[in-house]
Design a protein around this ligand. Structure first.
Ligand code: FES
Length: 584
């Protein structure tokens, strides 16, 4: 590819021909602020915050959308550029609510930060008309406040172009423009799959997760409850990033921090990731032996499950019947553990810490009750956990490392890698190989499914030389393209792993703000590091899993397993959340 030379604020820089002014600025180590721009998608050029001056051009140009040209002289910080940027932010503030003190995004809001950066100390326009849209709190996962929306369009684009859901769009004109679900319905009645990618990318408090932290504090303050917490693999990786620790160090400190919060027992969702592998690996082999239905498609991502219920009801029989690790742990606590400990299940409260907003929806599904109310009573995201630590004044990187409770807290490295795209397939293949041959594979024999390629493939040869082909896909837009090929008979697999969020759970909608591909890869790397450093690498060797089968569950796919660890699905309309499969 040919190169071009430009200068940015007088600094010469060489970039590939066709690159944008924004790319040239980055190559010159010059930061240009952006609001509507999404890396990897075509620029929309709608907010103009990235405007810069180019010698010889009369108007300011949007850096994210304008191609750089050879010999271009770009200036990003002239008085004219700064005045224009200030003006655009003032216009956004003109009808923005004055509740920054209480907003969930306070201190972590792109608009607030930009206003600070350009030195805005008072509003230019105080008396203008303000929007008065009703807040939408209908969803168990996402809260919409259209009054805080700055119409950057990022939520609309990520929902449509990355996730392939298109639950929201722009409507209205001028001052009356806003982002809303079709027919102005409540979010809960739409095809929204609760993945929270819109929340993760929203630059303000217009889209936030429904916080369940107040409920968690109430449970912890009530001595009549026995409180149990579980944490997903991707949470420790994100805590490590936020506090400057390795995933392993963050895991140990998180165990102490959760006890400091007041939880009576600290369990690990990685334990039930191991249990999922035992059940799902056995299910795959059973379906191969009994002739299907294949491909077996993984079921641990609740955003993917709702997506399949809406858009691929013809594949519901292909979904693994295994509950997700979160729900398996809830069921194990309220049955096996409660019986062993002699605690009435109705007195137990199970709280999950998840990287995922869809887990809030999953915990409220009516199928997720095995005897004493909900199996999981409250779900908070990684972001909510960090807020809880802040409320407590907890100095995370100084507290002593601790450990999970052994009973439902011991996990293998295979359980840890569940949090990255490809992790479920890799962990399952380690155990499937053992179930078939009686021997363990090398722990890295199936690492071809690692990395951020949209679709990855892998093969496993059975002892009778049958080859099982598998695919791994992350991001629901990628899943839609793959499922369309499977439906058309253009791709044939024995198993498919689907994670709703880009990069898998490490890129989940409940993770700290600021995700990009580089960060997602880094967090996945932390999980692989945890796996590398575990003595225990295989789910089928986890002694607490073996004990659970011996003492309580019997065998994988047995009656007790089916009652507690497996579930059912239902077709939903392609246009709204509830109802039977749309036959039209
Ligand atoms: Fe370039 Fe919005 S970031 S126009």
């Amino acid at each position: 590819m040919s190169k071009i030379n430009v200068t940015v604020n007088g600094r010469p820089v060489e970039i590939e021909a066709g690159g944008t002014i924004l790319e040239a600025a980055r190559a010159a180590q010059v930061r240009v602020p952006t609001l509507c721009h999404i890396e990897g998608l075509e620029p929309s050029g709608s907010c103009r915050i990235c405007s810069v001056e180019v010698e010889g051009r009369r108007t300011l140009l949007p850096a994210c959308a304008e191609p750089a040209a050879d010999g271009m002289q770009i200036k990003t910080n002239t008085p004219r550029v700064l005045a224009a940027r200030r003006q655009m932010i003032q216009l956004l503030l003109a009808n923005h609510p004055d509740d920054c003190l209480y907003c969930m995004r306070a201190g972590d809001c792109d608009l607030q930060q930009m206003a600070q950066e350009v030195g805005i100390r008072e509003r230019a326009w105080r008396r203008g008309e303000h929007r008065t849209h009703a807040m939408d709190r209908s969803s168990p996962s996402v809260v919409r406040d259209p009054n805080k929306c700055i119409l950057c369009g990022k939520c609309v684009r990520i929902c449509d172009e990355i996730q392939g859901v298109a639950a929201i769009d722009h409507a209205g004109r001028g001052f009356d423009s806003y982002v809303l679900p079709a027919f102005d319905d409540e979010l809960a009645s739409t095809v929204c799959v609760n993945c929270g990618q819109c929340v993760a990318i929203c630059p303000t408090g217009a889209l936030v997760e429904r916080s369940d932290l107040a409920r968690v504090w109430r449970y912890l303050a009530d001595d009549s409850y026995v409180t149990v917490v579980q944490t997903a693999p991707a949470v420790r990786a994100a805590l490590g990033l936020v506090y400057g620790l390795s995933g392993n160090e963050a895991e140990a400190r998180m165990a102490t921090a959760l006890r400091d919060m007041g939880f009576d027992y600290v369990f690990d969702t990685q334990y039930t990731a191991d249990l999922t592998i035992m059940e799902e690996g056995s299910e795959l082999l059973q379906r191969v032996k009994e002739g299907g239905p294949l491909p077996l498609i993984t079921s641990c991502s609740p955003g993917w499950i709702k997506f399949a219920e809406h858009f691929y009801p013809e594949f519901l029989a292909n979904l693994s019947t295994c509950k997700s690790p979160q729900q398996m742990l809830g069921a194990m606590v309220k049955n096996y553990w409660a019986e062993e400990m002699g605690v009435p299940a109705e007195k137990v409260r199970v709280i999950s810490v998840m990287p995922c907003t869809a887990k809030k929806f999953e915990a409220e599904r009516p199928e997720m009750e095995t005897g004493a109310g909900r199996d999981v009573d409250a779900v908070i995201t990684t972001r909510e956990l960090i807020r809880a630590f802040d409320e407590m004044g907890l100095d995370f990187d100084r507290i002593e490392p601790g450990e999970f409770d052994e009973f439902l807290g011991k996990s293998s490295g295979a359980g840890a890698i569940f949090g990255a795209t490809g992790g479920v397939a890799e962990a399952a293949l380690r155990t499937v190989y053992n179930l078939l041959t009686g021997e363990n594979p090398g722990p890295k024999d199936f690492e071809a499914v690692r990395g951020l390629d949209g679709v990855k493939e892998i093969e496993l040869t059975l002892p009778d030389d049958t080859v099982l082909r598998g695919a791994v896909v992350h991001g629901l837009g990628n899943a839609r393209r793959l499922m369309d090929r499977v439906a058309a008979g253009e791709a044939e697999y024995a198993f498919i792993e689907v994670m709703a969020c880009p990069g898998g759970c490490v890129g989940g909608g409940g993770q700290p703000y600021g995700a990009d591909a580089e960060r997602t890869a880094k967090l996945a790397g932390e999980l692989y590091q945890i796996d590398d450093e575990r003595v225990l690498r295989f789910s089928h060797e986890n002694p607490e899993i073996l004990k659970a089968y011996e003492e309580y569950l019997g065998e994988p796919l047995g009656d007790t397993s089916h009652r507690l660890l497996h579930t059912t699905y239902r077709g939903r309309s392609k246009f709204s959340s509830e109802g039977e499969e749309d036959e039209s």
